[in-house]
Design a protein around this ligand. Structure first.
Ligand code: GDP
Length: 458
């Protein structure tokens, strides 16, 4: 399946200083000889890991580009195969021409994720690590990048492998016990088996607990800014972003649609949604905005509720407070316009169980305290963050849950003296399922699907 040689542009689409064409497979060195001519010497012998300067040329000998050739010999390459990289000028047209030239010389177009898939199939990385590669590329914050690096280094894989070892140990105990005349294990063995199963179950649960943190790191926290018109929501968003994004005016109701932006607080992306003011909308466009705000409020993870601290509470404010009582997300109350005389009595927020901060969105005061409060909320949401061993794909979390169910069944069967066969079946099932996360026990369709989500050239 992987005996053909593939090539693709490995650098992002667009223009840049250099662009790289990667060629991988048994024919990579031959293709290099065919399309590349060094300025000094020849390519009769390609010395791995030694860069050569020269030209990529067309079949008729005309020069396509100046380039550096970097050859890597199997198995010491990203894919585990012979690889050559051609560093060319980073223009879309020239890269395309060089790519076509490699295809003309016998390489096949590499599908998205094809290089990493080969690395996986050649045993260079397991599935959990391969996905770390994609996460690193997609990481939007330093913490997400850190978690991705940990995953690439095998943090999740190692923990999964340890649980599987434990399960194998337990299965071995049962098999040793099969020599005993009755279906019962001797007391001592049975206790040890229970302990093994419990330890494996606890370790699995710990990983499941990290799933939320993994998702937060990847996707960020959905944060909704609400408040009646003119309290300063857009100003707050702008100040947090440090740039003009939403339109700030003093005509009530100007933020008609929902604006989404992203800021990083405590290493976590916050997906900030500035919403149309919640009030009885006067026209159709605004009505849609208000309805959407209501929806966003219901599936938000964090709500920044803004009030005008320099004005008495209005009916709309009271309606919002009423709504906030029904929100499941964490709430932070912000009394804005602290540069003016305070009028609002903060006791109206009693009973919401939310921190109340005074800020001035326009002047940028009180924002450090706000960031700290947000960071504390995030820390509580993440729970006890394991370092790096964070399952964050739905596929992984779901597999962990299934494995945990089987372990619970195994423990029950053992406690109920149902016979070791029952225990063994569930332990084996859990073992297999955990293997899916590493890609050991998954079928090729799933492998294809996972890698097809990777970017082209990786
Ligand atoms: P929104 O409708 O809630 O998005 O409110 P805007 O952000 O558009 O602000 C409404 C008005 O309040 C604008 O005139 C802002 O300049 C003003 N404003 C916002 N924040 C402050 C503040 O901290 N102090 C004062 N004095 N005015 C503010």
């Amino acid at each position: 399946m992987t005996d053909d040689t593939i090539s693709q542009i490995a650098t992002p689409h667009g223009t840049g200083g250099i662009g790289i064409i990667r060629v991988s497979g048994a024919d990579a060195f031959r293709i290099a000889r065919e399309v590349f001519r060094p300025v000094y010497g020849d390519l009769a012998e390609i010395v791995p890991y030694r860069a050569r300067y020269g030209h990529v040329h067309a079949a008729d000998g005309t020069v396509i580009d100046e380039a550096i050739l970097l050859p890597m010999r199997a198995p010491h390459s990203y894919t585990g195969e012979d690889v050559v990289e051609l560093q060319c000028h980073g223009g879309t047209v020239v890269l395309r021409e060089v790519l076509l030239r490699t295809w003309e010389a016998g390489a096949h177009p590499a599908e998205p994720g094809a290089f990493t898939k080969r690395a996986f199939l050649n045993g260079r990385l397991d599935l959990a690590r391969a996905e770390g590669v994609m996460e690193l590329i997609a990481a939007k914050s330093t913490r997400a990048a850190h978690a991705a690096r940990e995953r690439m280094a095998g943090a999740l894989s190692t923990e999964i492998a340890a649980i599987r070892m434990q399960l194998l140990g337990a299965i071995a105990r049962i098999e040793a016990g099969i020599d005993f005349p009755e279906d019962d294990l001797p007391e001592l063995q049975s206790t040890a088996l229970t302990e093994d199963i419990r330890a494996a179950a606890a370790a699995t649960q710990r990983l499941i607990a990290g799933a939320n943190a993994g998702r937060i790191l990847r996707e960020g926290i959905k944060t909704v800014i609400v408040g009646r018109p003119n309290v300063g929501k857009s100003s707050l968003l702008n100040t947090l972003l440090g740039m003009e994004r939403a339109i700030v005016t003093d005509v009530p109701g100007t933020t008609r649609d929902v604006i989404e932006e992203e800021i990083i607080v405590a290493g976590i992306p916050l997906r900030l949604l500035d919403t149309a003011g919640l009030r009885a909308a006067e026209d159709a466009v605004e009505q849609i905005g208000v309805a959407r705000t209501e929806e966003h409020l219901m599936d938000a993870e964090l709500v920044l509720a803004v009030f005008d601290g320099a004005a008495p509470l209005t009916q709309e404010d009271r309606d919002l407070i009423e709504r906030l009582h029904r929100v499941t997300a964490d709430i932070i109350i912000l009394c804005n316009k602290e540069d003016r005389t305070a009028v609002l009595d903060a006791s109206v927020f009693d009973g919401l169980n939310a921190p109340v901060l005074t800020i001035s969105a326009a002047r940028g005061t009180g924002l450090d305290a706000l960031r700290e409060t947000i960071a504390a909320c995030i820390a509580a949401m993440e729970g006890d963050l394991g370092d790096g061993a964070l399952p964050n794909k739905e596929r992984e979390t779901e597999a962990l849950r299934r494995a945990a169910d089987h372990l619970a069944e195994a423990e029950k069967a053992l406690a109920a003296d149902m016979g070791t066969d029952f225990v063994s079946i569930d332990l084996r099932a859990a073992y297999e399922i955990l293997g899916e996360i590493l890609g050991e026990t998954v079928d090729t369709d799933l492998i294809d699907r996972i890698f097809s989500e990777f970017c082209i050239g990786k």
